[in-house]
Write a new protein. Structure first.
Length: 174
């Protein structure tokens, strides 16, 4: 039963392709005159086996090489269209104005970075100098500033008061 059904099956042939110009007087349409969709329909007929390549080439005035190249192009395009892609929308490309604005902002940011880098280096150097001074020089100066220990109750007799400034014995300012 299946063999009888397959013999009665009619394969639909696609509509006659549209042309860029009016059809020729002899009824033949040239390959060069066909638009993309019409060429695709013809290639589809060749790929499906509805017509022999020889007949298609003669009917549309195209060489076997040209038709074969077109068929390969269709196959590659179909395979590329079915490749998995990243989900979501593609990012919109930046316009020229946006690109220039971003470049300007980047240049400003680089200038600011250089300015703050210089400030940081100066501050770090000053801090290092301060710490070096604080650990090396300051302890020596502090030893010099400390007064010698004196015995309590003994007369000083040096003519200096407790602040280390000369004093007069008669109460007058010198």
């Amino acid at each position: 039963m299946k063999s009888e059904a397959s013999q009665d099956t009619i394969i639909p042939i696609p509509e006659m392709p549209a042309t860029k110009s009016a059809p020729r007087a002899g009824g033949t349409v040239k390959w060069e005159e066909l638009d993309g969709e019409a060429r695709y329909r013809i290639i589809e007929m060749a790929l499906d086996g509805h017509m022999k390549m020889k007949d298609i080439c003669e009917a549309f005035g195209v060489s076997r090489q040209t038709l074969s190249r077109a068929m390969d192009t269709v196959r590659k395009a179909a395979a590329a269209a079915l490749e998995p892609k990243a989900p979501g929308r593609r990012p919109t490309p930046a316009t020229e104005v946006q690109r220039k604005e971003l470049e300007s902002q980047r240049a400003d940011a680089e200038k600011d970075r250089d300015k703050w880098k210089t400030r940081y280096e100066v501050t770090r150097t000053l801090l290092d100098l301060y710490l070096k001074y604080d650990h090396e020089v300051a302890p020596q100066e502090e030893k010099k500033r400390q007064p010698a220990k004196k015995e309590s109750g003994a007369p000083t007799g040096s003519g200096e008061n407790s602040t280390g400034t000369p004093s007069s014995t008669d109460g007058e300012a010198t």
